[in-house]
Design a protein around this ligand. Sequence first.
Ligand code: 6CS
Ligand code: FE
Length: 291
Amino acid sequence: MREGHVEEDSYPSRGTSSEWVERKEPVVWGARPGPLSEHELARFGRDGYLVMPDLLRDRAAELRAEAKRAADDPKETHIREPESDVVRSVFAIHRTRDAFRSLVRDPRLADVARQILDDDIYVHQSRVNFKPGFDGKEFFWHSDFETWHQEDGMPRMRALSFAIALTEITPQNGPLMLIPGSHRLFVACVGATPERHYERSLRRQEIGVPDRVTLTRMVESRGLHAPTGGPGTVLLFDCNTLHGSNGNITPLGRSSLFLVYNAKQNMLDEPFCGRPARPEHIAARLHTDIV
Ligand code: 6CS
Ligand code: FE
């Protein structure tokens, strides 16, 4: 077993329990220098997310155009909306499109990831979620780590997502909602992982979602935040922060690029759910070249 890997399952889920346990890992892993100030690191540690308005405004238009080309390209890995043929997501876009490939190394993202994770990093997953006008359906509440631990064998909470707005994000067009502070608890989800679950969960996730009593208690005690902003605004969030988004019935699409960096010492093991590993375009096992 590689150094730093855990043997037992520290975060059991997908059984009959909806218990929650305290997070076992730090949120900010080290004190190496990087782009975030002490104040920003403290806010990220407290809330489990950080909004960086207009951080990548200079690249948004180019990325938006490239994402549109990917949505129209039959060679891409398309995930369709649950109730239509409309493209919901394109995965592994950093491997197929140069604009996204170069973005992975942008120090405004990669240096922040190295600073927080205190390790070398690689891309665990990339995707564009289009949340198209009228047809973009919801993403129910979940912790990404719960899925990545159970279905991808990610050992510890040492990964980050950057959600980069490619279009305007308004209060009306399905902004991503987060529960502040939820990253510090791991909520077990009831229900065994179905075979080839990703063929359904990426369209509409029904397994690997917290129970409603827990969600109600967390929102009542911690509130909800739905960051908005213009193209290029970046929402950084911890792998275990509970989040979700509503459907989009406005005419205004809400496309976001998600780049997920994992710590090199946190590379994937066998899925804890006992199912076969998910495909490479969803969870990187081969392309773990350091960024
Ligand atoms: O299963 C996954 O990896 C994906 N599912 C969700 C709802 N968020 C993270 C990721 O895109
Ligand atoms: Fe997610």
